[in-house]
Structure formats: structure tokens, C-alpha cells
Design a protein around this ligand. Structure first.
Ligand SMILES: Nc1ncnc2c1ncn2[C@@H]1O[C@H](COP(=O)(O)OP(=O)(O)OP(=O)(O)O)[C@@H](O)[C@H]1O
Length: 625
């Protein structure tokens, strides 16, 4: 048997009482009474819509106190995740029963303040180090810089990650933390907010047995020494891990099979006539007995029906009643209202904005996929097209070639913005998680992205545009060069904003790529290059006015051809007459356009897509189901 104390936790024995920044931490008692969840699904039956209702959680009650760990266990489909969602108010409709935290009814505002939720999957920036990850998390929850610093260092100790403090979290390009270390770090980022209660959804999934043991040992220490209340769902724990929990809730078919001290579950099942065979772990034994999928269905029904008749059930009810009496005598009305006031963040809007900009920028500088690879690819593209059209003679013979070059720039540089989709989709879960845990809101997050999107678009437009402009041999006037860069910057800003909108709507990468490519192709068709505006059928002409390409391409054309003269020349068909820039613009139907109005429209599109993204995330990127 593994000696738990000989693992990394041993150094923690005396660590908590010398952690002054955690002194103010105070656990909370969580009580849930008669909690049920009903889901409705619509099904079409011979053309008629029929609403099916199904109870997936039924009259589940229990209590967990500060300093205790509650394990929620059950066979697959028993309702563990549903139960955790119900406790954390993540189910929008169909819940019933009463859930209280120190006597206060649980709602989103109270949970955001008092509870933190560690999701099953870890979502962190791979390019940040462990210390930086904790420091950024701390910045959202703690205003005082010295307290923040101390708390981060102490959290590193608590998590046993001192040695890895300067190691990057790791991902596709960088090797970093192990799965277990990442999970501990995820717990640490939430611990920094000093919650009263910590919820964890399957914290051990995907970890090997030693890592599971280490993680649960840490959680146990945290619960005891920081007086934290911990609720976690868990699958098939070993006996050592199982015995580290104080309380156990066994669920089967959405109903309670047992609730009470973990140490008493063996006796409970023995009294029911199911003694644990020797050499079988108790956790495995009890799960086996309540698994209707493979075991005896009637026996499982009997265990579930029996639960409300047991003395353990009575004890639980007495404990809940006693807690209600205690809490109501202890809490003054003032304390109650202090806990249940409206949602507010620990830090101010400007502070969150600066912190988010700092974090996103740091990730962009370190993660090659976000910035450097894009800069390199755009510059190579600028160089390639610039050398293909190299210093083309500005004569009437080459007017179409110049228009083609501008089409390429306005279409393909924009198209390449789809490369940002993976990083936006990756970020989505982290933001949803941090938002649900009360770190910041959607407006500040999108504002940070908008500002950095402008910087990114400028970098790409300036470098790739400059290379391309002078190599191709566009209009040599400096103000024309300046406007070329400005127009490319605006086009890339719209593209960046459009991609955030697509990424926020479509979380599946391959689908997001397909949709983004379709949108761009659709916009290109009607931009006025392949088919002139006057020849587009009236049924698609409106599309020309919502296509970003129409405005950026027409601006490039106006910038290149206005007030220009293209002298006559010879080509394979003979002499080509001189042509004025205005005639070229007339041919493309661009005479009515104004480059400043176009720029304003492009800027408006950036605002439109960014606002649409913010509204979409506000409405649909909610942890509530
Ligand atoms: N929105 C829903 N509509 C219909 N059925 C649902 C819905 N959500 C969950 N269920 C069903 O409720 C039951 C409990 O699901 P839940 O995910 O809570 O189980 P679980 O114990 O967490 O399972 P697992 O251990 O496999 O993750 C399952 O049978 C599931 O199919």
C-alpha cells in the first residue's frame, strides 16, 4: 500500500498555520433538501410535437460541513453531474428542492461569491508558467499586490508546485506539467479566490493511480487545514482515496442509495445483506450493488426504496434540522444580507481590462500560433505576391493585372485570418469557466480582445502591406501608401472580429473553418471583381452591401486609380489606348464610392461583429444549461 504521507504532501504538515493570507478563509455548510431535476425533450410523433418529461434526479438530500470532503459516487448515468449542476445552480429550468449555503438559499450571485467550480477538463494558457497562471488568477480576485504575491507563493506551497513554479503549463508546442500537476494548478487558480466551498467534477479522471492519490491527499489537506468545504464527483476510487472522504453520497437512477459518513457505508451495506467480500474494495463493492445495468435490477430498486426508511436517513434529517436552527440563531439579518447581495466582481473594470490585455498579449507573444507564425506567413505572402507582380509597368496594358493584385490582397490576406480560429475556440472554455467563477464579465473580455485585435491587425498590415506595396509598384505617392496600409488594417480588423464571432458561435474547429471559408467565398463573389455590381442579380445584390470585401476592394481600387493616367502600350493584340483611372473605376462601378465612407463602414463592421460576439457570449456562453 502507498504511504500517502511519504508523497509530496508530507511537507505540508505544518504549512497551513504559517499561511497568513489564507487566515480569513471560512468554510460554509451546504445543505440540499429534496433536490430533483426534471428534463423535457421534444419529440415529433406522426407530425405532432410531444413533450417528454423525465426525472433524472429525485428527492436527494444531504449536508456537508466546513472541513469535510463529500464524494458523490454512482454508476454511469446515475445523475452525479446533474447533481453537481443542480447544487451549483447551473441548470436553468426544471430543478426543485432547497439548497442552502450557511442558511442562505443558493443562487448565482451567492455562488459566484462563495463557491468555485473546478471543471473536469483543465483550460489554461499553455504558454504561461505555473506562477504566472496563479498570478493572473489572483489579479482577478485580490486587489492588494503584496497580499496577492504572498497568496500566490503560499498556493504554490499548498499545491506542492514550488519546484514547477517557473515551468510552462504546456501544450502543443511546449512540454509542460503532467496531468496531475495541471489538475492541482486548476484547483489552485480557484483557491486564490478564497472560496467557502469548492466543487470539483471528476478531478481524478485521466490520472494514474499515484497522481489520483496525490491530488485527493491535497484536497483533503486543503479541506481540513483551510476549513474548506469540498464536494466532488469521483469514479472508481481506490480504497485509500475512498477513505479520505468524510461523507459519501451514493446515487443510482437519480436517487439516493446512501448518504452519510464514508466510514459507515460498509456496515450499512452489510446490514442490508450485502457484506463486502474479502479482497474486494469497498468502493467497488457498493457501486457494484447499485448498478442496475449489470446487476439485479430488483435488488437495486430495493436498496433505493429502503433508503428513506433507514436510521441513517433519520440521522441526516436531524442533522439538517439542527444546522438550520444553529444557522438561524447565529446569523443576524445583516450578515444574511451581506452574503446575498447582487453580483459584483472583486476587482474593477479597468483593472480586469489591463489584466486581460496583459495575459492575452503575453500569450500572443509566446504562442507562435497566435502572433509570430501569422506575421511570418503574412510577410511571406506579401513577398510572394509582391515578387510575382514585381515593379509592374504602370501602363494601360497592365490595368487588369493591378486590379488582380488588389483583389488578391483584399481577399486572401483576409482569408488567412481563419488561422485565429483554433486559439479563439481553445480560449472559449477558459473564459466560460472564469466568467462562471466571477473573475470578469463578457464585456471586459471582448473589449480586451478588440483592442488587441487592432494591434494585431496593424502589425500584419504594416509589415506584409509595406513589403507588398513597394515590390508590386503601386502608386508611388506616400499618402496612397499610407491609405493602402490603413485600408488593409481595417480589412484585417473586420476579419479578426468576424472570426471571433464565428468561433463564439461554432465550437467545433473543423465546422468553424468550413463556415468561415463559406462566408469569405460568398463575400468574394459579390465584391465586384468577378462580376460587376450592375450584372449581379437583384436577388443577391444586397449581399454586395454587407460584404466587407466590397468596401475594402473598392477602397484599394479608388486609392490606386483615382487621378491617375495609364499611358498607351503594345501587347499581343496590338496597341492599347491610354486610359484614365476614372474610366477604370467606372468600369468596375466604383465611381460612387468614397474611401473615407468605406473606411467608416469597415470600422462600423468591426464594432458590429465585436458587439454581436459579446451579446452571443453573454446569452449562450453561460455555465447554466
Ligand atoms: N438534458 C438532458 N435530457 C435528457 N436526459 C438527460 C439530460 N441530462 C442528463 N440526462 C440523463 O440523465 C442521466 C444522468 O446523467 P448524468 O450526466 O448526471 O450522469 P452521471 O452519473 O454524471 O454519468 P457519468 O458518470 O457517465 O458521467 C443520464 O441517463 C443522462 O442520459
Amino acid at each position: 500500500m502507498l504511504d500517502i504521507e511519504s508523497l509530496e504532501v508530507s511537507h505540508m504538515d505544518n504549512v497551513f498555520h504559517i499561511l497568513p493570507s489564507f487566515d480569513a478563509m471560512e468554510g460554509a455548510s451546504l445543505v440540499w433538501e429534496e433536490v430533483g431535476v426534471e428534463v423535457a425533450s421534444r419529440r415529433s410523433w406522426f407530425g405532432k410535437n410531444k413533450l417528454d418529461k423525465k426525472k433524472i434526479l429525485l428527492r436527494v438530500s444531504g449536508i456537508v460541513s466546513p472541513g469535510d470532503i463529500l464524494f458523490v459516487m454512482g454508476p454511469s448515468g446515475a445523475g452525479k453531474s446533474t447533481f453537481l449542476d443542480a447544487l451549483t445552480d447551473r441548470i436553468a429550468q426544471g430543478t426543485e428542492g432547497r439548497i442552502t449555503l450557511d442558511g442562505q438559499r443558493v443562487n448565482q450571485n451567492l455562488l459566484v461569491r462563495e463557491a468555485k467550480y473546478v471543471e473536469q477538463e483543465d483550460h489554461m494558457y499553455s504558454s504561461l508558467t505555473v506562477r504566472e497562471t496563479l498570478m493572473f488568477a489572483a489579479k482577478f480576485y485580490c486587489k492588494d499586490p503584496s497580499v496577492r504575491k504572498t497568496r500566490v507563493e503560499e498556493t504554490l506551497q499548498v499545491l506542492g508546485l514550488i519546484k514547477q513554479a517557473d515551468v510552462k503549463v504546456g501544450g502543443l508546442f511546449v512540454r509542460g506539467l503532467s496531468g496531475g500537476q495541471k489538475r492541482r494548478l486548476a484547483v489552485g487558480t480557484q483557491l486564490l479566490a478564497m472560496p467557502s466551498i469548492l466543487f470539483l467534477d471528476e478531478p481524478t479522471s485521466g490520472l494514474d493511480s499515484a497522481a489520483c492519490l496525490k491530488l485527493i491527499s491535497y484536497l483533503r489537506k486543503l479541506a481540513k487545514d483551510l476549513n474548506l468545504t469540498i464536494v466532488c464527483t469521483i469514479h472508481q476510487p481506490s480504497t485509500e482515496i475512498f477513505m479520505m472522504s468524510d461523507r459519501l453520497l451514493l446515487l443510482a437512477q437519480g436517487r439516493t442509495a446512501y448518504f452519510g459518513p464514508t466510514s459507515k457505508v460498509e456496515n450499512y451495506f452489510e446490514e442490508l445483506g450485502y457484506p463486502c467480500p474479502s479482497l474486494t474494495s469497498i468502493a467497488e463493492h457498493v457501486i457494484d450493488k447499485i448498478n442496475g445495468d449489470f446487476g439485479e435490477k430488483q435488488a437495486v430498486e430495493d436498496i433505493l426504496d429502503n433508503w428513506p426508511l433507514t436510521k441513517e436517513y433519520q440521522l441526516m434529517q436531524t442533522e439538517i434540522a439542527a444546522l438550520h436552527i444553529y444557522v438561524s440563531s447565529k446569523d443576524s439579518e445583516q450578515e444574511k444580507s451581506a452574503r446575498c447581495c447582487g453580483r459584483s466582481y472583486e476587482t474593477s473594470f479597468p483593472w480586469q481590462l489591463v489584466t486581460l490585455i496583459h495575459r492575452i498579449a503575453l500569450n500572443a507573444l509566446r504562442n507562435p500560433l497566435v502572433l509570430w507564425m501569422r506575421v511570418v506567413v503574412y510577410c511571406i505572402f506579401g513577398l510572394y505576391t509582391g515578387t510575382a507582380w514585381l515593379r509592374l509597368e504602370r501602363t494601360a496594358c497592365n490595368v487588369e493585372d493591378f486590379s488582380g493584385a488588389l483583389f488578391f490582397i483584399s481577399s486572401f490576406m483576409v482569408l488567412m485570418s481563419i488561422s485565429v480560429l483554433p486559439s479563439y475556440i481553445d480560449e472559449r472554455h477558459l473564459v466560460m469557466q472564469e466568467r462562471a467563477n466571477g473573475a470578469y464579465g463578457v464585456i471586459v473580455f471582448n473589449l480586451a480582445h478588440t483592442l488587441l485585435g487592432f494591434v494585431m491587425a496593424f502589425i500584419l498590415a504594416f509589415f506584409a502591406g509595406t513589403i507588398n506595396y513597394w515590390l508590386t509598384g503601386y502608386n508611388p505617392l506616400f499618402q496612397r501608401y499610407f491609405f493602402f496600409i490603413l485600408n488593409l488594417f481595417l480589412a484585417l480588423s473586420v476579419a479578426e472580429a468576424l472570426m471571433t464571432f464565428v468561433a463564439s458561435m461554432i465550437p467545433v474547429l473543423i465546422l468553424a473553418f468550413a463556415v468561415a471559408a463559406c462566408i469569405y467565398a460568398t463575400f468574394m463573389v459579390v465584391m465586384g471583381f468577378f462580376i460587376r455590381l450592375e450584372n449581379i442579380g437583384w436577388w443577391w445584390r444586397w449581399m454586395h452591401y454587407i460584404s466587407m470585401h466590397s468596401f475594402s476592394f473598392s477602397s484599394f481600387m479608388l486609392n490606386e486609380f483615382t487621378d491617375t493616367f495609364w499611358p498607351p502600350c503594345e501587347n499581343t493584340f496590338g496597341t492599347v489606348n491610354a486610359i484614365s483611372g476614372e474610366e477604370v473605376l467606372k468600369y468596375y462601378d466604383y465611381n460612387g464610392y468614397n474611401i473615407w465612407v468605406n473606411s467608416a463602414v469597415l470600422f462600423g463592421m468591426v464594432i458590429f461583429y465585436r458587439t454581436a460576439t459579446t451579446l452571443w457570449q453573454w446569452k449562450f456562453h453561460d455555465a447554466r444549461k
